[in-house]
Ligand binder design. Structure first.
Ligand SMILES: NC(=O)c1ccc[n+]([C@@H]2O[C@H](COP(=O)([O-])OP(=O)(O)OC[C@H]3O[C@@H](n4cnc5c(N)ncnc54)[C@H](O)[C@@H]3O)[C@@H](O)[C@H]2O)c1
Length: 381
């Protein structure tokens, strides 16, 4: 079998997760990685067992590479995705697709004009239980949607000494918690319910108005392991916490709360969707379980089991019931769908995976949320 040759750009936290997921698929070979310097690229290539260590610009010229994963800080997503498409290669970009809506619009148009496969790594869609909720809703088991209450809580920026490039708007964009984790929650909300958010009313808070920035680089989630060393006090002007009221196109309402300063919440997306026939509650920290609330019969507790799932959701499961699958499996399942398209050589007409258009949609909602917070008023999407 001729394998599809892939390069991964950025190998901090999520880049290696892409590499691992790609290696679990039979028709793919990760042949190159790119880093910020040749020295770091060499080091990472050795550590991860990748044959070619390159700078981004050199990788673009490498004819062997057919597909590129962008796993760098947010401000590089636009320029790197654009350069990859212009080099005639397929692209899987991390979220958010860009830091400005105009950039995302341009990427959607460019991707469409090339016909190349384009995807945004909204991998949380690929928890089998998320697909199960979506298909149960499509089959009418939820009924009319009355309300949606979502939250995404983390604690890795809890302390004033916690620091990362995401705290710097020139690298992360004008929003932090909403752009970083709210983007997953809002994408999932629309994906599962099939509803569109039509208006938002947001209120942000920056709990740590200044933080202590370490004087040496820190990779994501590794700040906890630092010793008390030299820090520099810097002003923070993006949100640690955001509350957003949501209006949907079926006339009903909901809310989303995101926070990166909730002690003990490691990476917890929780969503409760109340319908006229039942109520679904799902939490990403217990991804193989779904609570189904009932009024006129006992509540149910569904565990992940392909024999009990809809065919669409069972298609995302690699192991029998009781054998837990989790975060690393979501990327594997997503890349299966993306690489089926890449094997065909072009973006499908109706992709099953999240595309640049979905990345653009998320950025649009995010920009309206920022606008709403600034104006302290409802803003239409
Ligand atoms: N889908 C998810 O669940 C998920 C999870 C984590 C992060 N992310 C996204 O992934 C992206 C990266 O996040 P992270 O947490 O891995 O960050 P990170 O800081 O841990 O890693 C970023 C890497 O990019 C490298 N880099 C920086 N500039 C570069 C350049 N010009 N060329 C090549 N490499 C360069 C850095 O050296 C570093 O290794 C972010 O956009 C983030 O939103 C998504």
């Amino acid at each position: 079998m001729e394998k599809i040759k892939v390069a991964v750009v950025g190998t901090g936290f999520i880049g290696p997760a892409h590499i691992e997921a790609l290696r679990r698929l039979p028709n793919i070979e990760v042949v190159a990685l790119c880093e910020v310097s040749e020295e770091l690229a060499q080091q990472k290539a050795k550590l991860l067992g990748i044959p070619k260590a390159m700078l981004f610009e050199d990788m673009l010229k490498d004819k062997e590479i057919q597909s590129v994963h962008i796993c760098t800080p947010n401000f590089l997503h636009y320029s790197q995705s654009k350069a990859v498409l212009e080099a005639g290669k397929h692209v899987v970009c991390e979220k958010p697709l860009a830091t400005k809506i105009g950039e995302a619009e341009e990427l959607v148009k460019l991707a469409d004009s090339t016909g190349l496969v384009n995807a945004v790594h909204f991998n949380l869609r690929y928890y089998p239980m998320v697909r199960q909720m979506k298909t149960m809703r499509e089959n009418g088991e939820l009924g009319d949607i009355y309300s949606i209450m979502g939250s995404y809580l983390q604690d890795w920026l809890y302390l004033k000494t916690d620091y990362n490039w995401r705290l710097e708007p020139d690298k992360s964009g004008d929003s932090r918690a909403i752009a970083d984790i709210g983007s997953h929650l809002l994408d999932l909300t629309e994906y599962v319910t099939g509803l569109k958010i039509t208006e938002v009313m947001a209120d942000f808070s920056t709990v740590h108005k200044s933080r202590l920035k370490p004087l040496k680089p820190v990779e994501t989630y590794t700040g906890k392991m630092l010793q008390e060393s030299d820090y520099q006090e810097v002003e923070i002007n993006t949100e640690d916490h955001a509350s957003v009221m949501l209006r949907f196109d079926n006339g009903n309402k909901g809310s989303a709360t995101v926070s990166q300063v909730n002690a003990g919440r490691k990476n917890r997306l929780n969503i409760e969707i109340a319908g006229s026939k039942s109520n679904f509650e799902w939490c990403s920290e217990k991804p193989n379980e779904l609570w189904i609330g009932k009024r006129e019969s006992p509540n149910q507790h569904l565990m992940k089991d392909p024999s009990l799932f809809t065919p669409e959701a069972a298609g995302l499961i690699s192991f029998p019931g009781g054998h837990n699958e989790g975060f690393p499996d979501t990327s594997k399942q997503m890349f299966k769908e993306v690489y089926a398209a890449i094997a065909e050589g072009k973006q499908p007409e109706n992709p099953t995976f999240p595309t640049f258009a979905d990345g653009h949609r998320e950025l649009l909602i995010c920009e309206r949320i920022i606008e709403s917070h600034k104006k302290q008023t409802w803003v239409k999407i």
